[in-house]
Structure formats: C-alpha cells, structure tokens
Design a binder for this molecule. Structure first.
Ligand SMILES: NC(=O)c1ccc[n+]([C@@H]2O[C@H](COP(=O)([O-])OP(=O)(O)OC[C@H]3O[C@@H](n4cnc5c(N)ncnc54)[C@H](OP(=O)(O)O)[C@@H]3O)[C@@H](O)[C@H]2O)c1
Length: 341
C-alpha cells in the first residue's frame, strides 16, 4: 500500500474575495455563463455590458439590470466599472483589452489572451505601463481541482515528470465562429490552447516542436496534433479537433505516478492517480459546467488587486505568452495563417 494521499485545495472561498464592479465586453456565449456564474457564486458584481451595437447591449443588460453601452470604448469609460472582462472572439481581444487599459481599467481577457505571442506581449506591456492588472481567463488554472494537481506536480508527488498526454476534440458545427477564417478559426485557439497551456504549465518551455495540421475544404484548420520535446527528455503528445468529440482527458506522467484529469479536463471534475505499484487513487471532485467554474478566476483577480498585484499567480502573463509561442510555431509548421498576418 503506497502512502499516496491527495492534498486539500488551497483556493480561498470566492465569497470572501473583495467585491469588484465588472464590465462585460462582448455579450455572447461565454459572457452569459460568466455573468450567471458571478451571480450565483462569490462576491463579484457585474455592473455594465458593452457591445458593438446599442440594441444588443440593451438586450443583454435589461434582464440583468446592467448599464448598457453601444461601444467597447464607452464601456471602458464607465466610472462604475473597475475591471473589464473581454469576451469577444479571439481576434478582437487585443483591441478591446488595449482600449480598456487605456481608460485605466483592469482586464481579464478570455483565452487565448491574444491570437499570437506578439499580441499577448502587447497587452502585457500596455498593462504594465498603465499600472493595471491584466490576466488571461484560462478558467482551468483557477479551479480547486487544478490547485490539487499543481501541488502534486510541483511537490514532486508524481516523481520526475516524463510526459503529458492530452486530447481535446469537440464537434463545432459549420455555423460556429471557429469555421470563420476572419475570426482565427480552427480548434487551436478554442480547444487546443488548453492543451498547450497545461502542457507548458506542467513541463515548461519546449525546445522541440512538431506540428501536423489538416485543413477543411474552406482552408480553415480542422485538426492539429503536436509533439513537444522538453529539456531533460520529457515529451507532450497533444491532439485537438473541431470535427468530433474525444474523451478530452489529460494525463501528466511521472516516474512514480501518473495523474489524469477527468474529461473534459479543462472543467471542474475529478482526478485519478495511478501509482507505480499499480494502485489507483480517486479524488471525486464534482463535475461542473461553466457556471460552476468561471467565478473562481474573477475572485482571483479581486484577491490579487487587494494584495496590490497587477498579475494573478494562477496564470502569470509570461505563462500565457509561452503557450502562445508554442501555438505560433505549430501554426507556422501547419501553414495556419490568421487575419492580419
Ligand atoms: N472559458 C471558456 O470555457 C470559453 C468557452 C467559450 C469561449 N471562450 C472564449 O471566449 C471568447 C468569446 O467566445 P464566444 O463563443 O462567447 O463568442 P461569440 O458568442 O461568438 O461572440 C462574443 C461576442 O463578441 C462580440 N464581437 C466583437 N467583435 C466581434 C467580431 N469581429 N465578430 C463577431 N462578434 C464580435 C459580439 O458581440 P457584439 O456584436 O454585440 O459586439 C459577440 O456577441 C473567445 O475568445 C473564446 O475562446 C471561452
């Protein structure tokens, strides 16, 4: 019998975080879930929404009792907003985040924080110059289950790390914006970015990158696989597709144990550890949807600001930029070109 035991999560109670006033940029799919998550959990308060069109802002604002703005600039200028949650398609993250930062607002930007490492670097630089907080809303990094995984991995409880194995496929129908080349379509930025974020969080910066992509009939990438090599010999094997569902699991392999996140690995859920003596250990975290999980990142922003920090420890900007550096190289090899490049 091995001495393995799961540690407790160190994530503080989100209800005890100081309350910030949130403005929502982009009243779409994820924005609806973020607002509902904040309404149901924790101590954060959504006060306003911004859209490119006044009627769409009003339609989102009215049932929720929010202030409505017909442009992202007007949202950024709202004195009743402390922090802007950027929930537009990937290609608009940079412009909307820079406008908010220029107006002196803190920003929490949906994943990926930009479509390239260069865009992410611009947001980081602008936030640093303005003295405001910027963070990537990679919600997985803020979940209690991920904090348990982090303790196991960084505390050496899996032994020496040798591999990360992960897949993330969903069927995204042709009507989804991921099929639009003008919105940086393909599975990489909607789904694959989670694989890259976690693989590089666990194993660091790869020194070898191999990418293989397959395009759909309209030229947008449909699936993409990556082999990453890390100093010291660890490897990551990762695959993402928007042409069908896969188990969406991720496993970190160590010399003494391996750790598997229940699929979908980016959501709240359980963990399985298999130790090298063949024992299986379970941590039965409740599976949860976006509403159950999105509020943790908002509380983390509030705690960071209370502590006088302009980044969140759970997802430092350098980690966001590192994952996008890998994405950039994979795209170069797979011939995936985004708007403006
Ligand atoms: N954390 C997660 O689990 C998760 C899940 C899904 C998506 N996301 C991320 O959240 C972001 C938004 O995704 P979504 O699925 O919510 O997007 P969406 O519903 O397609 O669009 C969000 C909103 O962005 C606004 N927008 C601004 N510029 C636009 C443009 N050029 N074209 C179209 N719409 C534009 C639109 O509002 P107006 O036209 O009214 O301005 C739209 O309602 C993405 O970066 C994605 O990666 C995260």
């Amino acid at each position: 019998m091995s001495a393995f035991a799961f540690p407790a999560s160190r994530v503080p109670d989100p209800a005890e975080a100081p309350s910030l006033r949130w403005g929502i940029a982009g009243p779409g799919w994820i924005a609806e879930r973020f607002v509902e998550s904040l309404a149901r959990h924790g101590s954060q308060r959504v006060t306003a929404v911004g859209s490119r069109a006044a009627d769409r802002a009003a339609a989102f604002a009215a049932p929720r009792g929010l202030r409505a703005h017909g442009s992202y600039e007007a949202l950024a200028a709202d004195p009743e907003v402390d922090v802007v949650y950027v929930a537009t398609p990937h290609t608009a993250h940079l412009e909307v985040a820079l406008a908010a930062i220029a107006a002196g607002k803190h920003v929490l930007v949906e994943k990926p924080i930009g479509i390239s490492a260069a865009e992410a670097g611009k947001i980081a630089e602008a936030a640093r110059s303005a003295g405001v907080l910027a963070a990537e809303a990679l919600w997985t990094a803020f979940l209690p289950s991920y904090d348990i995984a982090r303790q196991l991995i960084r505390g050496g409880h899996l032994g020496g790390l040798t591999a990360v194995v992960g897949d993330y496929g969903e069927y995204l129908p042709p009507s989804h914006r991921a099929h639009d080349p003008e919105l940086a379509g393909g599975p990489l930025l909607d789904l694959g970015i989670y694989l890259l974020a976690l693989a590089t969080d666990i194993l660091g910066e790869p020194d070898r990158i191999l990418g293989l992509g397959t395009a759909l009939a309209n030229g947008v990438n449909g699936q993409l696989s990556a082999l990453l090599g890390f100093p010291g010999g660890a490897q990551a094997t990762l695959t993402t597709t928007m042409q069908g569902f896969t188990p969406a699991q991720l496993t970190a392999v160590g010399t003494e144990a391996s750790l598997t996140f229940d699929g979908p690995f980016n959501s709240p859920g359980g963990l399985t550890v298999r130790t090298s003596d063949g024992e299986v250990h379970r941590w039965d975290g409740m599976p949860g949807d976006h509403v159950a999980g999105l509020h943790f990142q908002a509380a983390a922003v509030a705690r960071a600001l209370e502590a006088g920090r302009t980044e969140v420890a759970e997802r430092p900007l350098e980690a966001s930029i590192r994952a996008l550096r890998v994405a950039d190289e994979l795209r170069r090899q797979a011939g995936i070109v985004f708007p403006g490049e």
